[in-house]
Write a protein that binds this ligand. Structure first.
Ligand code: GTP
Ligand code: MG
Length: 196
């Protein structure tokens, strides 16, 4: 697929306001500041398709992008942002779980984690939820440019090993928007999900 023609369609304040549950959706999830919006921009080769920010919690709406009629990429708000009140965090975490479990058109989940701090509790929860409903997962270890190649490989191997415990379709790759690492791996995975 040509991801460069991806364009913004709409924003939803919560999962109840998403467009009709039709076509194929692939969602990008991860902690605040993990690099979700940057990864979408890198994939689509667009500077500001998804808004990025140094301030965690920038993406507060669910943003939907379309690469072809009925084929959508979804930028989910980041979880685990410390400044958000506990109550709101719980609400959002519940909504994410519902989205993963009930959205029929969702065919794959990309979970992004900073390569220096992977597999936090909420990351594991996202993967568990996905595996529980047979949703394939691509884990991207982002900001791989921040580590030298030895340390990068060590982290990749560690997370791949840990991912086996989820007993599901979980692939793990290193990724960098800055250095364009792992972009082919991402587009190849999306190609398979969008053609099913
Ligand atoms: P929220 O929308 O707040 O959940 O964050 P996000 O996951 O969308 O992160 P975003 O893409 O906005 O990036 C957060 C910060 O990380 C920004 O300052 C980016 O410039 C930086 N960043 C993203 N990707 C990379 C990368 O590959 N390498 C480096 N070095 N920095 C990156
Ligand atoms: Mg974002």
């Amino acid at each position: 697929y040509n991801y460069q023609v991806t364009h913004f369609v709409t924003s939803a304040p919560d999962i109840r306001h998403l467009p009709a549950d039709e076509g194929i959706e692939v969602a990008f999830a991860g902690r605040s500041n993990a690099g979700k919006s940057s990864a979408l921009n890198t994939l689509t080769n667009q500077k500001s398709l998804a808004r990025t920010s140094k301030t965690p919690g920038r993406t507060q709406l669910i943003n939907l992008f379309e690469l072809q009629p009925g084929l959508r990429l979804v930028d989910l708000p980041g979880y685990g942002y410390a400044e958000v009140p506990e109550e709101l965090k719980r609400k959002w975490q519940k909504a994410l779980g519902e989205y993963l479990q009930k959205r029929n058109c969702l065919k794959g989940l990309v979970v992004l984690m900073d390569i220096r701090h992977p597999l936090k509790d909420l990351d594991q929860q996202m993967i568990q939820w996905a595996v529980a409903v047979d949703l394939p997962v691509l884990v991207l270890l982002t900001k791989a440019d921040k580590l030298a190649s030895g340390a990068r490989k060590a982290q990749l191997n560690m997370v791949r090993e840990a991912a086996l415990a989820f007993m599901g379709d979980v692939q793990v790759e290193a990724f960098s928007s800055l250095k364009k690492i792992g972009v082919d791996k991402l587009s190849q995975k999306l190609d398979t999900w969008f053609s099913e």
